[in-house]
Structure formats: structure tokens, C-alpha cells
Design a protein around this ligand. Structure first.
Ligand SMILES: Cc1cc2nc3c(=O)[nH]c(=O)nc-3n(C[C@H](O)[C@H](O)[C@H](O)COP(=O)(O)OP(=O)(O)OC[C@H]3O[C@@H](n4cnc5c(N)ncnc54)[C@H](O)[C@@H]3O)c2cc1C
Length: 546
């Protein structure tokens, strides 16, 4: 019989991507965590997210899981990297967006890991397996929270097991990772605010041999079909005949809808279709007014929802979990004050605002809005029409090329970040300009020995020494006094990093974001206090240079 502890340091309600990523961040640091998740099986027929972003792949690399995910992913990056717009899968190609979603087969300086297409249940399985290896994490699979309460000194939840018996668990901290229909949001009195998309959608998972045996008009990782009858998108789930499709503008809840006919209309041919699952859904652009009660935090979809256009949803959830995970661990291990946790909402809510805006903007450019009669015409009329639609489809570029959002998100206004006075690149969804301004993700670099600069970073804080003239010792000494885990990495032999990072010393946080940069440290004690969340009377006066 499962033993449920009466009290735990951290209770994670919901073991989807957010809950599992949070459990990993905490469990890797030895924090005792209890995860409650009702789903005993992961539903492979409802893939949901397909895009694991470049940034999430970097986190998976940090957790030692990137290669594992690539090994089990049914679609290797080498298979296809482009999003192809066409009139049908046997019709005409209209335009293509190369290297969508960071799917590149060559090593890029900008990032440590290319993106990966993988069905969400498979990613979750990789995370579940990794969490199961952590001795300090217990997963109650088949269990659910039936109530959550917040309080000034602790949170609590009543958990129901598969046999229906209930247990009350008290937690120092509770992470509400229970998605859009969970109960944590209500428990802290938070509310979603925002809007919904105008067109209903139908997701269909299906198998078709014809799509394997007949030659398609092009090779793509996703196909957007601008069809005369139907519009939407589709792609392979594996190389063995299983596909996903999203038909846009179909209300499956109102009247008879034939998924086989819909897939055939999307493909543009009378192919064999074995429907495996269907799911109607509508896009939602929603954000909570607050991410935290007292001892309860909302993580992932529980706090924000965006349409899947661009593939940001699950990746933003992982970003939340990473951000909160190291902070909560630092507080529980005693090297940071509880005020560190105030920075979670301050840092992550603006990222959700940007992400919802970027994905929501694409609601205006769904496939049906580009439909035009004669688009599939074989003659000059068709060629001309397709060229016109191809030009109009330029508005979709930010959906497929969004490194500015995926890598360029930053926390410049965070209370944990010490401004350096240098320039900050203009925020852009598409273009990513590497910059080591405080708050930014540390710009990635490959080192002369072929390793990634990220592989050298410590588990917690790291000082990068970029010149022999710079002295990291005051930081190291102050860290020892405060008990802050800090590694010094001497990169003075790689001069180009000095210019890439525009500093001689760089303080990097556990989540690979820059906390501070400068030429020398004047008051290392005050600096470390600030970046670990202590309220500072006169912020940023203790640095020089940068
Ligand atoms: C059709 C579709 C396509 C998508 N495509 C993409 C994409 O390409 N890329 C992308 O990044 N994102 C995509 N998303 C979004 C992505 O699926 C979500 O953002 C992601 O699953 C959210 O993770 P989460 O862990 O926050 O929430 P969820 O995945 O919803 O997990 C919440 C968990 O909490 C559990 N739970 C609920 N109630 C309780 C309770 N009372 N007690 C305990 N546990 C509970 C649930 O069982 C669930 O496992 C897509 C979503 C949809 C619907």
C-alpha cells in the first residue's frame, strides 16, 4: 500500500510537463517532492505539443536528457526541417519556411541544441522516467488532489488515491501544475483574463498507408494546406504511417462531422484513412492576474494559455518550472531568503504576455483566410495565384522562425538583476540578437574544444572570468560566507567571449540567465545578496564597469 506523508517540503499538484519539469529541478537538488498525477497512462493518440523548442532542448541537455529524447523521438531532425504550404499533399507547393522551430541539422553558434519534433506524451514519458530516478521525488500516479488550500505558513491538499481513500498533506510550498481545468488557480483566487480564437478546430490522429506509398508534393515537417474545401495543417507523428492533422474552422460539437472526409479534403485525394482519435478545441489567449497566493504558486497552463501556433505552450510551461525550481530549492536549502520567490511572477508573467501576443497574433492568419479559387490550377493562372498567396504568407514567418522569442526572452526589470547600463536589443519575435545584458539568457558559444559553454556552468551560480585582469575571488569569498554555491570558470583563453559578453566578469544564474556583468566587483556581498533575492537599499551601486 502506498504511504502518503503527512507533511512534505514541496507538493506538486499535476504531473504534466510543468509538474515534471519542476520536480526535476527540485529533485536534482535533493529537495523532497511529492507529485500527484491522475493519469496512469499517457495517451499517445492525443499528441498535443509536437514542438520541443531549442530552449527546452537546452534545458533537457542540462538535465542530461536531450540525447535520450532524440533517441526515442520517432522523427529525427534529419527527416525534415521545413514547414511547407501547399494546395494539398498531392497538389502544388506554395511556399516553404526552412528550418522551422529551430530544426537544423548543422551546429549553430546561437544555441546548444537544435529543436526537436516529438509528441508530448513521449516527452512526458522521458520526464516521468527521469523523475522516477530521483530518490527525493515520490510520484503518486493515479492520485488526484480533491482540494487545495493556501495559508501563510503552509499549504495543504486533500489527495484521493485510486481506491478513493483520502489523505491530507501539508506542504511548505505547493506548486499548482494542474493545467487549465485544475483547482489550484481557484484556491488562490486567481482568474484567467483574455479572449478566445474565432474559429473552432478539430485535431485528428490517423493512419494512412497511401501517404507512405504515394509520392507527396514535397517533404516537410508540417504541411499547411490552403485547400479549396478545407484548410489546416498536418504532419507525420512517426515514419510508420501515423499522422496528426488540425482542421481549422470545423465545429465538431455542432452536428455531424466525418473525420475521414475531413482528412481526405485536407490531403486533396481519396486516400485510406484510419481515424485513431479526434479532439475538438478552440484557441485561448488567457493569463492569470497573479501567479502566487501565499504558499501556492501557479506553473504552466494553470497560469497562462496560448494557441498552439508557433509551438510555444508546453515550452513556456517548462520555462516557468525552471525559473521557480532553482529559486524554491535555494530557499529550502537555506542559501536564499523567501523574498527570492517574489521574482517568479515578476520574471515569468511578462514572458507569458509576450508569448500569448505572438501566438495570438497568428489567429488572424489561419489557413481558411488564404483560400482562393483556382489555387491548384496547373496553368499560368494557378502559378500566378500561388505566387500571390506565397507573398501574403510572409505574415506567417514569426510562427515558424521565432528565435527572438524562444531565446531572446529576458528579465531586465527583475529585482534579481543588476542593470549594467549597456544596450538591450529591441525585443523581436523573429530575430535573436545574442546579448549578455543582465536578465538575458547567456549567449551560447561553442568552445575551441567543441564543448558548449553551458556544459561548463555549475549547478547553481557561475562566475565566468573572461580576462586574466579580472578578479573573481571577491565573489567566491562572499559566496562562501553566504553559503551560495558558486563555481568560477576561467574562459580568459577564449578572447571572443570577452567581446560577445561585453564584460570581464559575468555572473550567471542557475537557469543560465545573466545576473550581473562588469569589469570588477566592488561589493561582492551586496551583489550576491541582490541576485539571490535580498531586498537591497541602494541597488546596483556596488558594481563597476560593464
Ligand atoms: C491541440 C494542442 C496542440 C498543442 N501544441 C503545442 C505545441 O506544438 N507546442 C507546445 O509547446 N505546446 C502545445 N500545446 C500546449 C501544451 O499541450 C500545454 O501547454 C502543456 O501540456 C501544458 O502543460 P502543463 O503541465 O502546464 O499542463 P497539463 O499538460 O494540462 O498538465 C496538467 C496535469 O495536471 C493534472 N491534474 C489536473 N487536475 C488535477 C488534480 N485535481 N490533481 C492532480 N493532478 C491534476 C492533469 O492530469 C495533467 O497531467 C498544445 C495544446 C493543444 C491542446
Amino acid at each position: 500500500m502506498t504511504t502518503v506523508p503527512a507533511r512534505v517540503p514541496v507538493l506538486v499538484v499535476g504531473g504534466g510537463p510543468s509538474g515534471l519539469a519542476a520536480a526535476l529541478e527540485l529533485g536534482r537538488r535533493g529537495i523532497e517532492v511529492l507529485v500527484v498525477e491522475p493519469r496512469t497512462e499517457l495517451d499517445a493518440l492525443r499528441p498535443r505539443a509536437k514542438t520541443t523548442s531549442v530552449r527546452t532542448m537546452e534545458h533537457l541537455r542540462r538535465w542530461g536528457l536531450a540525447d535520450r529524447l532524440r533517441a526515442v523521438a520517432p522523427l529525427p531532425v534529419e527527416h525534415a526541417q521545413d514547414v511547407v504550404f501547399c494546395t494539398g499533399l498531392f497538389g502544388h507547393e506554395i511556399v516553404r519556411f526552412p528550418e522551422a522551430f529551430g530544426l537544423s541539422t548543422t551546429r549553430r553558434e546561437l544555441y546548444a541544441e537544435a529543436g526537436q519534433q516529438a509528441p508530448q506524451p513521449l516527452v512526458e514519458q522521458v520526464l516521468r522516467d527521469a523523475v522516477a530516478q530521483l530518490p527525493s521525488v515520490t510520484c503518486l500516479i493515479g492520485w488526484r488532489a480533491v482540494s487545495v488550500s493556501d495559508g501563510p505558513a503552509a499549504a495543504s491538499a486533500v489527495l484521493a488515491g485510486p481506491d478513493g481513500r483520502q489523505h491530507e498533506v501539508t506542504a511548505d510550498w505547493l506548486l499548482g501544475c494542474d493545467g487549465s481545468s485544475g483547482l489550484s488557480r481557484r484556491a488562490i483566487g486567481a482568474r484567467y483574463e483574455g479572449s478566445s480564437g474565432s474559429l473552432p478546430n478539430l485535431s485528428i490522429t490517423f493512419r494512412s498507408r497511401d501517404l507512405d506509398t504515394r509520392e507527396l508534393c514535397a517533404l516537410g515537417v508540417h504541411y499547411w494546406v490552403i485547400g479549396a474545401e478545407r484548410g489546416g495543417l498536418m504532419g507525420r507523428l512517426d515514419l510508420d504511417g501515423t499522422w496528426w492533422a488540425i482542421v481549422q474552422g470545423v465545429d465538431a460539437t455542432a452536428g455531424d462531422v466525418d473525420p475521414v472526409a475531413l482528412v481526405q479534403a485536407l490531403v486533396g485525394a481519396d486516400i485510406d484513412v484510419e481515424v485513431l482519435a479526434t479532439d475538438p478545441w478552440s484557441a485561448r489567449m488567457l493569463l492569470v492576474d497573479r501567479y502566487r497566493g501565499q504558499r501556492v504558486f501557479l506553473v504552466g497552463d494553470a497560469a497562462h494559455l496560448n494557441p498552439p501556433w508557433g509551438g510555444h505552450g508546453f515550452n513556456t510551461c517548462v520555462g516557468d518550472a525552471v525559473n521557480l525550481g532553482w529559486k524554491l530549492a535555494a530557499v529550502l536549502r537555506g542559501w536564499a531568503p523567501e523574498s527570492l520567490l517574489d521574482s517568479y511572477q515578476a520574471e515569468r508573467r511578462p514572458i507569458a504576455v509576450r508569448t500569448i501576443a505572438a501566438a495570438g497574433a497568428q489567429e488572424a492568419f489561419l489557413a481558411p483566410s488564404f483560400a482562393a479559387g483556382d489555387l491548384d490550377d496547373d496553368g499560368p493562372l494557378g502559378t500566378e495565384l500561388r505566387a500571390a498567396v506565397a507573398a501574403a504568407l510572409a505574415v506567417k514567418d514569426p510562427e515558424f522562425h521565432s528565435l527572438g522569442l524562444v531565446l531572446g526572452y529576458d528579465y531586465p526589470d527583475s529585482p534579481l538583476v543588476v542593470p549594467s547600463g549597456g544596450p538591450r536589443p529591441e525585443p523581436s519575435v523573429v530575430d535573436h540578437t545574442p546579448s549578455a545584458h543582465p536578465g538575458a539568457r547567456l549567449p551560447h558559444a561553442w568552445l575551441p574544444d567543441g564543448s558548449s559553454v553551458y556544459d561548463l556552468l555549475g549547478e547553481e551560480f557561475t562566475v565566468l572570468q573572461l580576462s586574466l585582469d579580472a578578479d573573481p575571488r571577491p565573489l567566491l569569498e562572499a559566496a562562501t560566507v553566504r553559503g551560495v554555491p558558486l563555481r568560477v570558470v576561467d574562459l580568459s583563453s577564449v578572447p571572443r567571449l570577452r567581446s560577445l559578453y561585453a564584460a570581464e566578469l559575468l555572473l550567471v544564474r542557475p537557469d543560465q540567465h545573466v545576473a550581473w556583468r562588469g569589469e570588477q566587483v566592488e561589493d561582492a556581498e551586496a551583489l550576491l545578496a541582490e541576485v539571490t533575492g535580498s531586498p537591497v537599499a541602494t541597488p546596483a551601486l556596488h558594481v563597476a564597469g560593464g
